[in-house]
Design a protein around this ligand. Structure first.
Ligand code: NAD
Length: 422
């Protein structure tokens, strides 16, 4: 299934580029630069589950624990047909900076399962997830690596991971939090599914205030309508903005008067995709960035805003719901053109922040209310946004540079404080 070890996308190169800029700003010497950059552990796993019907299937899987100076590695499980070890390494690095920036006691990790979930029945997917969990068992744990949902995985997959681990322990509950993003009935936290999208919208609201823009006048274009895209859509229309175009893997839809998001959510629940939604014009998915708008939100795969399409973008704000959606060359052009970007490690950090609340809830065995979760999420996202924004203004940096300098600086401080250079 997975032919490429090195993907054609450049998530790893983007992560390395962004780190090198921060290392330069922070004046890190070679030894500390290498210590902070080098992944702590990279694991490749060959899975061979027997799927229903008796077919033995070979699947590559990866786990990367990038840096754990601030705490156990945290980061989602990506299940896509072309995910590579390089992608997972780049995404694990991003998690190190994201957890540091948003201020949760975790390091960065990520895992990948190289398979297309869209062609699997629920039973087949469960089998693959359980096969991955058994094979990866000794790398997963509250003190080592705590997975969560990412592209292609969801809360049911997290339920199966949790169940598989408690079965292996011979217990009903696990001692501590092994996985976040679980269903509430199994120790998950209310509001986790919506947390990333809500966090994206909080950062957009504050950015609009800073730029003197009224969010109720804003038109929005969205790439991706999965967990992050659909929850962002639902939230941003509540704040009064109008979504005029959406694309997913199936195609794109446009309605400059505003898409009816409630109907679109229902439609996607039924069909799984946005294509052929009735009350809109159909476009090719790759033309989504050509639609003029005030706010552009990439919320799908990495390396989507590139040198090829960046000059077709006409937006006032770009909010990175996805991880690493902008290549460094495209980022430079956006900067030259004066289009501000809310960087991924800030913009989409709401998910990992609420995962942290789930982790503490599970340790304390006490359920938080939705109001408590939402209050903590809004406060943290807005405060962090303001800190990054002020730092960027003070130092004459882009928001991405400011966020990276703050995040990497904290990891370096932790490395020194622990004496990890010895
Ligand atoms: P998902 O699998 O739920 O949804 C992905 C969406 O992207 C789908 O609608 C899919 O059709 C679409 N898509 C994929 N390739 C596309 C393409 N080439 N063009 C247009 N659309 C395309 O995934 P998700 O959990 O929503 O994650 C989306 C992004 O957000 C990823 O970059 C992920 O790493 C990041 N992210 C997710 C979370 C989370 O909590 N799930 C948290 C932080 C960041």
């Amino acid at each position: 299934m997975c032919k490429m070890k090195h993907s054609k996308n450049n998530i790893l190169q983007t992560a390395l580029h962004n780190f090198e800029l921060a290392a330069k700003h922070l004046n890190l010497d070679e030894a500390i630069r290498r210590k902070v950059l080098g992944p702590k552990e990279k694991i490749e796993i060959a899975l061979a589950p027997v799927l229903p019907g008796g077919k033995l299937t070979n699947i590559n899987a990866f786990i990367v624990r990038h840096n754990d100076a601030l705490g156990p590695a945290k980061g989602g499980i990506r299940m896509t047909p072309d995910v590579s070890l390089d992608d997972i390494t780049g995404l694990a690095m991003e998690m190190t900076w994201k957890t540091s920036l948003i201020g949760v006691p975790f390091g960065g990790g990520k895992s990948g399962i190289c398979f297309d979930p869209a062609i699997l029945s629920p039973e087949e997917k469960q089998l693959i997830i359980r096969s991955f969990t058994r094979a990866a068992r000794r790398h997963i744990g509250p003190e080592t690596y705590i997975p969560a949902p990412d592209m292609g995985t969801n809360e049911m997959d997290m339920a199966h991971i949790r169940d598989c681990i408690s079965l292996s322990e011979g217990t009903s509950i696990t001692n501590g939090c092994f996985v976040t993003g679980k269903p509430v009935i199994l120790g998950g936290i209310v509001g986790r599914r919506e947390a990333t999208g809500k966090g994206v919208v909080y950062t957009i609201q504050v950015m609009c205030e800073k730029l003197g823009l009224d969010i109720t006048d804003m038109s929005v274009v969205l790439q991706g309508f999965g967990n992050v895209g659909s929850t962002t859509a639902a939230e941003i229309v509540k704040s009064g903005a109008k979504i005029i175009a959406v694309a997913d893997i199936s195609g794109g839809i446009v309605n400059t008067n505003g898409l009816d998001i409630e109907s679109l959510l229902q439609y996607v629940r039924k069909t799984g995709v946005v294509k052929d939604f009735e009350k809109a014009t159909q476009i090719d998915k790759d033309r989504i960035f050509e639609i003029d708008c005030d706010i552009l939100i990439p919320a799908a795969a990495g390396s989507q805003i590139t040198i090829e399409n960046v000059n077709k973008i006409n937006a006032k704000i770009i909010a990175e719901g996805a991880n690493a959606p902008t290549t460094p060359q495209a980022d430079d052009i956006l900067n030259e053109r004066g289009i501000p970007v809310i960087p991924d490690i800030l913009c989409n950090a709401g998910g990992v922040f609420v995962s942290y609340l789930e982790y503490t809830q599970e340790t304390q065995r006490e359920q938080m209310t939705l109001a408590q979760v939402e209050h903590r999420l809004a406060e943290r996202m807005k405060n962090r946004f303001n800190e990054v924004y002020s730092f960027a203004r003070e130092k004459g940096l882009t928001m991405r540079e400011a966020a990276m300098d703050m995040a990497v600086g904290k990891v370096v401080e932790a490395v020194f404080a622990r004496g990890l250079l010895m």
